[in-house]
Design a protein around this ligand. Structure first.
Ligand SMILES: Nc1ncnc2c1ncn2[C@@H]1O[C@H](COP(=O)(O)OP(=O)(O)OP(=O)(O)O)[C@@H](O)[C@H]1O
Ligand SMILES: [Mg+2]
Length: 257
């Protein structure tokens, strides 16, 4: 889809208690159609960075370019999915949520419903187009959020721990589904997660951040063939390597944070 350049990006939050560093001098590139995961301990600036890329926050220094164009605010070239189930419009059906961005774009009713149904089919919700969010499980709501983000065909998909609030089994299903959706759409994806196994399952490359102030500590390529087997020796080796970069004992079998 499109490459992304992140150049010397720094953000400081101004709070009543003083200045709080968000991220500092972050530099990396993301290739067209690349799936990049950002991992790091709580408070290292992952969400801050994603919100800057989304155009919801403006850095105090540095610049982000998407397809060569500087980011100056939010735009339809970026679809965003958050962790929070409440990101959907509760008064709209699944279909109504997915058509929203297309309405904003001025797409005619028949056409936008056709596109929305196709996106809901991609996330396996074709039978739930008429359901309201409160009648859907957490996993289903997150699938609607993904369909909604994809519906207006953004070049880039930005995801902030979209499956973190789901139970482990649903989360595994959702990771498989997202890997399939990515294969089918070839979006450029930036995906924030705490979960090392999730990063190794999904990413072409993992960017590891360290806190105080939030900077990039390492970049690790994941060269395992897809679909990936989380129980294979190679997968576990990658996980160990990543845990090592996060400063965890590579032999400790514990989740990060
Ligand atoms: N709205 C805000 N106002 C002030 N400080 C903030 C704000 N949002 C984040 N911060 C601070 O900026 C730093 C980075 O926070 P951020 O939310 O980006 O971290 P994170 O890596 O996403 O953490 P988590 O894994 O817990 O979601 C932290 O020190 C945090 O306290
Ligand atoms: Mg966060």
């Amino acid at each position: 889809m499109v490459p992304i350049e992140i150049r010397d990006v720094t953000l400081v939050y101004d709070t009543p208690g003083g200045k709080v560093p968000g991220v500092k001098n972050v530099n990396f590139n993301i290739g067209a159609s690349e799936f990049v995961c950002i991992v790091g301990p709580s408070g290292c600036g992952k969400s801050t960075l994603l919100n800057i890329i989304a155009g919801f926050l403006t850095p105090v220094a540095g610049e982000i370019r998407i397809g060569g164009k500087p980011v100056t605010g939010h735009g339809m070239d970026r679809g965003v999915v958050f962790q929070d189930f409440a990101q959907l419009f509760p008064w709209r059906t699944a279909l109504g949520n997915v058509t929203f961005g297309l309405e904003m774009k001025g797409v005619a009713k028949d056409e936008r419903e056709k596109i929305a149904r196709e996106q809901l089919r991609l996330v396996k919700l074709e039978k739930f187009t008429g359901s309201y969010p409160h009648h859907l499980s957490g996993g289903m709501q997150q699938r609607v959020a993904i369909a909604r983000a994809l519906a207006y065909n953004p070049a880039v998909l930005l995801m902030d721990e979209p499956f973190a609030a789901l139970d482990a089994l649903t989360r595994d299903d959702m990771q498989r589904l997202l890997a399939d959706v990515w294969r089918a759409t070839r979006k450029t994806v930036i995906y924030v997660t705490h979960n090392v196994a999730e990063a190794v399952y999904l990413a072409d490359r993992v960017v590891v951040m360290s806190p105080h102030p939030g900077t990039v500590k390492a970049e690790i390529k994941i060269e395992l063939p897809r679909p990936r087997d989380p129980l294979s020796v190679e997968f576990l080796e990658c996980q160990k390597e990543l845990l090592g970069h996060l400063g965890h004992d590579a032999n400790a079998n514990e989740p990060v944070n």
